[in-house]
Design a protein around this ligand. Structure first.
Ligand SMILES: C[S@@+](CC[C@H](N)C(=O)[O-])C[C@H]1O[C@@H](n2cnc3c(N)ncnc32)[C@H](O)[C@@H]1O
Length: 291
């Protein structure tokens, strides 16, 4: 079985496809407003009829299905290296009645798009940072576009927050300290990638270098205010569990203990029970058009 590797600064945690699929589906649910808003923005930005859409690094296909709904005349291809995630994407499309114009393609960027039919919209959300040579991946996606087609890359923005600064537990500012540790985790993750190449994370610059004309950058909020539904609190619990696993010992002992309390399903201070848990994530979409 293939595993999705999440590298921590002090160790490695391997998630099975099933666990990774659950995590990405739950995260996708927290991003539901974002996917719909971004798709609506893109449909106003693209000036050609959209007959074909590619979602590169689709995971379990939440955005791919939203794009299929936003572009009702389009055939949508979800591309991902992980069969298990693609199976979830296909099942989701089927459930939503989109199966007739939904395809999956197991491949890896940057090379994996070679030979695909050209598209009018290439979308890639939070996947390019998993590719060692990000410019090569942007180049490969740009090359899939028909004239007038648009590349939309979701990267950057601001890290998600779900907790008040002062939790009534531990030292205030836990999430800010977790974000700092996550930056180191991210750098380690990128260093360990095959054929990793240093790149300034200037997505508009990379899109321009790939021969496209910048067509707009917009940041969207996934904004679920407190109190969350019990289901959304469970999703936040899953995210925090993954963060705890990834950051391992990079946190101060007191912060680790606070995090354990937050994850304890039996603690009244835990995120499953707190009415002050929210979800706020800023996601930036960078676009370029093929002239
Ligand atoms: C953080 S998930 C993002 C999933 C989804 N696009 C979203 O925004 O929720 C990253 C995805 O990129 C995929 N991925 C990793 N390396 C890749 C590569 N070289 N080419 C294409 N996809 C890749 C992973 O399998 C995973 O599904």
């Amino acid at each position: 079985m293939h595993n999705h590797k999440a590298h921590g600064p002090h160790g490695h945690h391997d998630y099975s496809h099933e666990v990774m699929g659950d995590i990405l589906e739950q995260e996708g649910a927290l991003h539901r407003g974002f996917n719909a808003d971004a798709a609506a923005w893109l449909s106003g930005l693209i000036t050609v009829p959209v007959a074909r859409v590619l979602d590169a690094g689709s995971g379990p296909g939440l955005a791919a299905c939203v794009l299929a709904e936003a572009f009702p005349d389009a055939e949508v291809t979800a591309l991902d290296p992980q069969d298990g995630l693609l199976a979830r994407a296909a099942a989701r499309a089927e459930r939503l009645g989109l199966g007739g114009r939904f395809r999956t393609h197991r491949a890896e960027l940057p090379g994996g798009v070679d030979g695909l039919d050209p598209v009018d919209l290439a979308w890639s959300s939070r996947a390019l940072h998993h590719v060692g040579d990000q410019q090569a991946a942007v180049d490969a996606l740009a090359a899939t576009l028909r004239p007038g087609g648009v590349l939309a890359v979701v990267e950057g923005g601001l890290p998600p927050r779900c907790l008040p600064r002062d939790l009534g537990l531990g030292t205030p500012g836990l999430e800010a300290r977790m974000d700092a540790a996550a930056q180191d985790w991210f750098s380690d993750m990128r260093t360990d990638l095959p054929e990793t190449a240093a790149a300034v994370e200037d997505w508009t610059g990379m899109i321009t270098k790939a021969g496209l004309t910048p067509a707009g950058t917009k940041t969207f909020l996934a904004d679920l205010p407190a109190p969350l539904s019990a289901e959304d609190r469970r999703f936040v619990h899953t995210r925090l569990t993954m963060t705890r696993d990834q950051l391992a010992d990079a946190l101060l002992p007191e912060d680790k203990a606070t995090l354990e309390t937050l994850l304890d399903p039996d603690s009244p201070h835990g995120v499953l029970h707190r009415r002050d848990v929210f979800f706020l994530h800023a996601l930036t979409v960078h676009t370029g058009r093929k002239e």
